[in-house]
Design a protein around this ligand. Structure first.
Ligand SMILES: [Zn+2]
Length: 430
């Protein structure tokens, strides 16, 4: 038995130029087996009428801290270091594994409602996030997070290796465990080197915050006489595949270096704007050939996990900051949220495009709303007009996980109850 999605406006994301076709998508098991103008159905095939929908690959949120949903709207309008030191870290110290499970479930519900089928996380008590993700039906690269000096990291190595051996490639690769040293200002040089060695020995990617704020850049210049990217390069970090979040303050030389070394950048425009960190030169990254993905960052510096909003903001802000309306055009923006995200997370052979052989991770966006009329250009409509709430149906690995906006894999009453009680104790922290 196949599932056939019929009559959709399909944006396949397979080419360098924007294209869309009206047609069908056939799914068998967890894979797409055909995409075309009309696919013959057998008697027992399951038919989904998508005649008033745009069908496209599920979105990738390539940088978040999922359980930070519990800290949403608890500390706003602050700079990065005041926000972290005085508000976030004291609250995070109180989070138990149960809280992380609750915050992860809440985050997953928000991701699914917004059409995300793969995400990358960097946080702690990761077993709970993995457990919640497996229940939800979507895929994730989960960071084995490293913070602190060399001695602390050395002590944590067995725990990180256990995490990797427990979950890496779980459910046919739905879960991957990457090594995630937090940043140059929270990890010592020895700790960063251990992170590189761990990633190399396990054969994983490395997920890090890089050049997020001007303070990070200036402190690094003062301490080491190098930019943060040069500092990481000299430590050998880029000898393993890296996806780096933010990259707001990369110099022109840094951009060339990252392009040469195959570093992938995850752009987090809302977080960068809200914490007043600046605007990453995304068009320059693309011109240099750097793969660019999009991320929301955590729900406490955004304050949501809405990749549609991220696309819209990324594109319009890049135009305003460069003075060039052609920069980060609609298709390049949509590529960042799909193909680019897949590339950043090392999943480009399985997700990010609608074509035979790829995982059946796809979304149906209902165009039954005034802001989609007239549907002159489907790519522009998704980037500039769509809302996350327009996502009607989400299919992940061939399984329907949201239908008509109802999430089928999670009990939302339970999700809200758990998140409510976990958030309650954090509210009391000053
Ligand atoms: Zn972050």
């Amino acid at each position: 038995m196949k599932t056939i999605i019929q009559g959709a406006c399909i944006i396949p994301m397979t080419g360098d130029e924007p294209t869309s076709i009206t047609g069908d998508i056939a799914i068998q098991g967890d894979r797409i087996i055909a995409v075309g103008p009309e696919i013959a159905a057998a008697g027992n095939d399951r038919i989904i009428d998508a005649s008033r929908c745009i069908a496209m690959p599920g979105l990738v949120n390539a940088h978040t801290h999922l359980a930070m949903t519990l800290l949403r709207n608890c500390a706003d309008d602050l700079d990065l270091f005041t926000w972290l030191n005085e508000h976030i870290w004291p609250r995070e110290a109180l989070l138990t594994p149960d809280d992380i499970y609750a915050g992860s479930l809440l985050g997953l519900a928000e991701l699914i409602r917004g059409g995300v089928t793969t995400y990358a996380d960097m946080y702690f008590h990761q077993d709970e996030t993995v457990r919640a993700t497996l229940e939800s039906g979507i895929s994730a690269n989960i960071g084995a997070t490293i913070i602190g000096d060399e001695e602390e990291t050395r002590k944590r190595l067995p725990v990180l290796k256990d995490l990797h051996s427990r979950w890496n490639q779980a459910e046919n690769g739905r879960i991957r465990i990457d090594v995630a040293p937090h940043a140059i200002y929270t990890c010592s040089a020895g700790s960063l080197t251990l992170a590189r060695d761990l990633a190399a020995s396990l054969g994983t990617m490395l997920h890090i915050h890089l050049s997020e704020s001007m303070k990070e850049h200036q402190d690094c210049m003062q301490a080491h006489g190098k930019t943060p990217a040069e500092y990481l390069y000299d430590l050998g970090i880029f000898e393993v595949p890296v996806y780096a979040a933010h990259c707001v303050h990369l110099s022109r030389e840094d951009v060339s270096l990252c392009a040469k070394l195959g570093v992938r950048v995850v752009h987090n425009p809302t977080s960068n704007l809200k914490l007043a960190n600046g605007i990453a030169p995304v068009q320059r990254f693309l011109d240099a050939g750097i793969p660019v993905a999009l991320g929301t960052d955590g729900a406490s510096s955004n304050n949501n996990l809405n990749v549609f909003e991220e696309m819209h903001i990324a594109s319009v802000v890049q135009k305003a900051s460069t003075g060039d309306p052609k920069s980060l055009n609609a298709y390049d923006t949509l590529r960042a949220a799909t193909v680019g995200g897949a590339k950043a997370l090392g999943r480009e052979h399985e997700i990010g495009m609608l074509k035979p052989g790829m995982m059946a991770d796809l979304i149906l966006i209902s165009t039954d709303a005034p802001h989609f009329v007239p549907l002159n250009n489907p790519v522009s409509a998704v980037v500039y007009s769509a809302q996350a709430s327009d996502v009607a149906t989400v299919i992940a690995r061939g399984k329907m996980i949201m239908r008509n906006r109802e999430i089928l894999t999670l009990d939302m009453e339970e999700v809200y109850a758990r998140a409510g009680s976990s958030a309650e104790k954090l509210r009391l922290v000053r």
